[in-house]
Write a protein that binds this ligand. Structure first.
Ligand SMILES: NC(=O)CCC(=O)C(=O)O
Length: 295
């Protein structure tokens, strides 16, 4: 048995076509999660903002309090999908409204559920997507959202550890590096790149994070909708520890599948042994591990 991944698993990334109707998105996600489970997936991922349009003006309207099952229809829906399908479900992300008594902040948050439907982890996007490329794209998540302040590592029962972050977080290799250093076999990024940055950087970021850390990696986008305000890049993909793309789709709705095994991680690490060749004596600041993370 591999130390990192306890048993081989089929990963499914659902590139969901989303609408402005939350009930419709939840019910559509349900049918796709069941479809992925029937195809043999053990870990299933939904995209960033899977139950709403993606855009600064929508976050407040669609936000839910994630204090308990009772406070959030998305929590209830995801929990029951995970249980019915019998999968570990990474519930993409949704806009979260801070607990009552707080300052009413909003976050871009991913919830993860076990095969029994229990909430086993939650990640609040740490790096907000604030960019300005003149004449091309201007987007400021921080006009509406607050950033999370922790790295997230999920202990997926029966499999092992998964590093979870959201979209723009992928551009900050520190998160991926620390998650891999803490023993994750897989890095997952529900995300929604766009037509400007997607073509240049989506695949490059995914393959680079996988290669640097010699782990599996999945990036899961919504399907592209040219009628929506934001045009998602799509191209959800799974990359192996050697930076090879195992499966990828185009911009339309579909499910991307890949078989993951711990032996493959070990094989890659044995071939190119950067794991044992690191020189923490030369760069001690990254080895000190002074980091806030949730497990
Ligand atoms: N939703 C996001 O965080 C988008 C990130 C993105 O497009 C990028 O280029 O980075």
């Amino acid at each position: 048995m591999s130390k990192l991944l306890q048993k081989p698993v089929k990963l499914a990334l659902i590139q969901l076509a989303t609408t402005s109707s939350k009930p419709q998105n939840l019910s559509h996600a349900h049918s796709k999660v069941i479809e992925a489970a029937k195809a043999g997936a053990g870990i299933v991922v939904l995209p960033e903002c899977f139950n709403s349009p993606y855009g600064v003006k929508y976050f407040d309207t669609y936000a839910e309090r994630l204090t308990s099952k009772d406070s959030s229809e998305s929590w209830r829906a995801l929990s029951s999908m995970a249980k019915e399908a019998g999968v570990v479900l990474v519930g993409g992300s949704i806009p979260e409204r801070e607990e009552e008594g707080g300052e009413g902040r909003l976050y871009n948050t991913s919830m993860v559920f076990s095969e029994k439907g229990e909430l086993i982890g939650k990640h609040r996007k740490v790096h907000l997507f604030d960019i300005d490329i003149p004449g091309k794209i201007s987007f400021h998540e921080s006009d509406a959202l607050s950033p999370g302040n922790k790295l997230t590592i999920i202990d997926a029962p029966g499999y092992g550890k998964i590093g979870l972050a959201i979209c723009y977080d992928i551009r900050f290799p520190e998160l991926a590096m620390i998650a891999a250093r803490k023993g994750c076999f897989l890095l997952l990024y529900p995300g929604a790149f766009n037509l400007v940055t997607g073509e240049k950087h989506w695949e490059l970021q995914a393959r680079a994070r996988a290669m640097d850390n010699q782990v599996y990696l999945g990036v899961c986008s919504p399907a592209r909708d040219m009628e929506a305000d934001y045009h998602a890049w799509g191209h959800s993909m799974v990359v192996d520890p050697n930076a090879e793309i195992l499966d990828e789709t185009d911009e339309k709705e579909s499910i991307v599948y890949a078989e993951l095994s711990g032996e493959r991680i070990e094989e890659v690490r044995k071939g190119v042994p950067i794991y044992t060749q690191r020189r923490f004596d030369v760069y001690p600041d990254v080895s000190e591990g002074r980091v806030k993370y949730e497990e």
